[in-house]
Design a protein around this ligand. Sequence first.
Ligand code: 5AD
Ligand code: SF4
Length: 444
Amino acid sequence: MADGKKLFIKTYGCQMNVYDSERMAEALAPEGYSQTQDASEADLILLNTCHIREKAAEKVYSELGRLKPLKAANPDLKIGVAGCVAQAEGEEITARQPMVDLVVGPQSYHRLPEMLARTQSGRRAIDTEFPEEDKFARLGARSTRGMPTAFLTVQEGCDKFCAFCVVPYTRGAEVSRPVAQVMAEARELTARGVREITLLGQNVNAYHGADESATWGLGRLLRALARIEGLERIRYTTSHPNDMDDDLIAAHADCAEVMPYLHLPVQSGSDRILKAMNRKHTAAQYLDLIARIRSARPDILLSGDFIVGFPGETERDFADTLALVEAVGYGQAYSFKYSPRPGTPAAEKPEIAADVASDRLQRLQALLADQQAAAQRAMVGRETAVLFEKPGREPGQLVGKSEYLQAVHALAPADMIGQIARVRITAAAPHSLAGELVAVSEPV
Ligand code: 5AD
Ligand code: SF4
């Protein structure tokens, strides 16, 4: 066993990559690797990459360029590319950057130790297969880095094939982890002090994991997780509107542990564009769904994703998107300029002018920022439950999250990290809230 080696991981993209980076570090710990935040002292550098938009994918090549001097200074340093760029581009990466020793797709992370062994003998290791064996069953025990919050991937891949999206190609078909495996991981995390778990999946609400006798939907899984002692908060992301079934909506009303925050991307408010995107629902159906979710949980804070400048988008289509945003009232949202991805159906279509797309993005972002600011201001004077996560910037301050996933800072003793406290919000900024401690919530 190679003891005392240092691992530097840089993570790009989504929360699933954050989870995957943690699992890679856990897979390499038995090989003697501990993590460092300093790339220059690393024996192994892994870039966990994202392919969702062109800019995200190009970042990996710029970063590899920056790492060149480190490799020149230390020929024993191994450099690996993981994640969706690895999956999508495979050997092309080593053609563009021959110093790369290892290319590993998201389904092969459990094979990292043997791949690394191959690189130690001077060979290159590339694995972008979709192996038969259960990656999760082989990844080993969880560590939590002392944080009271954790991610837990319950589902991977996507069968939706939205016309703009690479995920069905890079992450493959939808696969759900078995119920028993998810429950065991959640119990393990809770036993290590985790109070809040965010269930992850590219299309998490399509979860259909099996137990001995049945297939469970996400609603049923949430109810079972909510019964784990010590697990006080559950979130999930990211969801497709068509997979929000009645049982899942009802879980928002029935389970206090299911937090009143939902990221439910719609991408566009124009029926014509939704159809061209292959989203398989209309704007009216989305609005109806939002109304049903709000009647289950009236205070829910909604978040979404939007793409502007999809091929063929007219000013009228864009006006429909603005109208949908007005109708929903988001507390938080992400918006992107359309980026053609190789191999997707939309990439075949003529693009709209870049300046038109940029202008629309600015207008949409201005509206979303107004809505977010209003949601933040609406918290002032209210009491909310905050799970404290870590020390804040000011002395004596802790930072945590409200039920609505807003960052909140308050003066509180350090031993309250990991606890949920009532906080009265006294001030709001666009991305954080300030508050005062009211009382520590009693365990039920
Ligand atoms: N161009 C721009 N945005 C995209 N997204 C996915 N694919 C593309 C693309 N080709 C956005 C969607 C999705 C989020 C994760 O990224 O809004 O919900
Ligand atoms: Fe991509 Fe999400 Fe559509 Fe799946 S549902 S293809 S992950 S945008």
